[in-house]
Ligand binder design. Sequence first.
Ligand code: ATP
Ligand code: MG
Length: 443
Amino acid sequence: MVKRFKNAPNTGKNSIQPKIIPRAEHTISRDHIHRNALKVLYRLHNAGFSAFLVGGCVRDLLLNHQPKDFDIATDAHPDEVRKLFKNSRLIGKRFRLAHIVFGKEIVEVATFRTHHENISQEDIAKTHQGMIMRDNVYGTIVDDASRRDFTINGLYYNIADFSVVDYVNGMQDISTRTLRIIGDPVTRYHEDPVRLLRAVRFMGKLNLNISPETEAPLLTLSHLLGKVSPARLYLEVMKFFQEGATLPTFHLLRKYHLFAELFPAINECLTQPEAIQLIENALAETDKRVKDSKTVSPAFIFSVLLWPLVTKNLEKLRPKKMPLYVAYENAIHHAVKDKTERLAIPRLLLVSIREICLLQFRFTQRFGTRPYRLLGHPRFRAAYDLFLLRQQSGEPLLELTTWWQRFYEATEDERVTILKEVEKTIPNNKRKKRKKKKTEQVQ
Ligand code: ATP
Ligand code: MG
């Protein structure tokens, strides 16, 4: 069964026969589809348009994963979608999309779009290296399927008869859990190098095998990431943190030299086993949090990634004999600068990362009111987690972490006693100096 859709130009590809997997032969049930997505699908269908769930949600439903969101593809033009849904708005410069808004939730509806091969030279803008800059021409469902990245992301769930429509042999790859790029791998990675990162993300998140042809260029094309904008790289890296699979993904990023492209300066520190240990411990914790439906803090993960670099910078500053706090500030400043070369990390997030790193210094300060002030700091919890992880990963901090654990868990009265004990451990001459300083401050 091949259907011609209203708005689709004839590309000559419409003779391609899809595999139609009837409802009885696949596992997608409407019970697992969000009710807002169902509403949108039905309204499009009842208005005479074709309407499909597509992409990640179909893949996730077939693999028994909870989809993050439900994307819809249709032959209705964006203006027609806009007319059909009062609660919609059109977005996107590179390609017009409709967002149907249900309170805080959004269902995205995209008109079928064509692959760049089918577009005239005026309509497509590519750089001389073959990267697509603009591709805003509508097409058929066949075109739409062939421009998607991986076969498992190119499946359509048809609301008209609840079947799965497969133009790219994605069902076969779902059943063998294989990641396979659609079309010629080298060309497709060149068109959009972010697909290198997406490959690794899906492998890590869904525990997939990768087909040899899809894998081979991964090892040789990592340098293409240098052509991707820092803003887009940042968004892609943020997706890694939310999947509950940061640890396997970290290993894959390293295996395919992508980590070195994203974080060159941090990568150089990974010759140190303690650095790897720290990152692995933190990522394992992060994945556990996601599995327990707890929130993860990108500032914390970035601080962990950055810490080996901060340590390296601190070592370099040691011979300069500057006050420890100044050394920390310096080391952190340079580490953050190195790291943000490739990724456009927003300013507010950078402030948090700096704070978490700088608070590491304050764990060495156990006198007077300082421990209380540290406890009350908004970033205390993230900084404390990093501090404990540093000790668990081999830094010689056992005495300090034990003290802090005791102080953190103590009652108010116990804390007073703990602090008095610390005061007693200060050598006499230092105590006098501190007292003198205090009196000067009071005067
Ligand atoms: P996730 O579960 O992380 O959202 P996803 O596959 O849904 O995974 P999205 O970024 O939401 O990822 O994209 C939705 C769909 O759009 C994909 O499944 C794929 O079909 C297509 N797509 C996204 N990015 C690309 C790309 N860079 N190249 C080609 N197709 C893409
Ligand atoms: Mg998605």
